[in-house]
Design a protein around this ligand. Sequence first.
Ligand code: NAX
Length: 327
Amino acid sequence: MRAPITVAVTGGAGQIGYQLLFRIAAGDMLGPDQPVRLRILEIPDALPALEGVVMELHDSAFPLLHSVDTTADASVAFEGAGHALLVGARPRGPGMERSDLLAANGAIFSAQGRAIQEHASQDIRITVTGNPANTNALIAAAAAPDIPRERFSALTRLDHNRAIAQLAARTGEPVAGIRRMIVWGNHSTTQVPDLTHAIVGESLATDLVEREWVRDEFAPTVANRGAAVIAARGASSAASAASATIDHVRSWMLGTAPDDWTSMSVISRGEYDVPEGLVSSFPVTTAEGEWSIVDDLELEPEVAEQLRASVAELEQEREQVRALGYL
Ligand code: NAX
């Protein structure tokens, strides 16, 4: 058996945490031979509820679960961590402006970035699920200048998975037969789901679905899926968000399949005209814990235009958090 890896998870008493922690402990994220130590960070008020989750983790008797610790202290949570899954975030409350939300989360993610830099393992990899995920990742990275930027990522895998599911349903192909889906830009309603390079079985997706369906149904359904789940369930996506977080880290560490890629929000070096330094979603291939953006794809004019709009939103968020002093 390998030595255990410490996985720090924030917001463990929340909805996503309740799904995510059990999947990690079961080995779904780092593989069936990799023991894990869970280190769960919560705000003090949520620690009693988190104790119930810890009881259930113990009661599941997961063979790979080496230990579980809880804390409200970020420096304890990230001590020696090889992965940080930053799920806990301040939700938008009634009457709260977007700038208030950025300010509240700026404080959380810059403090956590600092604690990661000071306490985490040298090879730490950070995945931000908590919203606004892309900009929260940017803030955490700015607070941890000694950690390579490439180790910070934000979750757009849920949008990617939703896009695959929509295309599978439309074409009748099982999801396993769909490759090369892309989600570009910000994890928000400006995101750009793009199937123009996707393969369905042996065919190009664009040979199987009509442009009108892509424009009028596919893209809006994917981009607004979070709101549709809230309307139906009375609560935001949790199991699918946890599952996507697992997929994101597993792909990052164990690699994408040959001839396929995934979507990850990572730091731009200017690819596809996304300004350097923004955390944006791109198609990436991965191997052994490293990602690289798929280059040389031809973007349809409509996709390029939508990506510019999503990037403009990311730039606006960056300006706002810069004005707040987090960058
Ligand atoms: P919940 O409100 O159920 O849980 C959040 C948990 O985080 C709470 O238990 C809270 O006490 C904790 N928390 C808050 N501040 C914290 C801090 N400073 N340190 C540690 N813990 C802290 O939300 P949940 O449904 O679990 O969603 C979590 C986050 O994921 C939200 O920001 C949500 O918007 C975001 N999502 C992101 C998605 C994505 O695809 N990137 C999709 C799903 C989800 O909307």
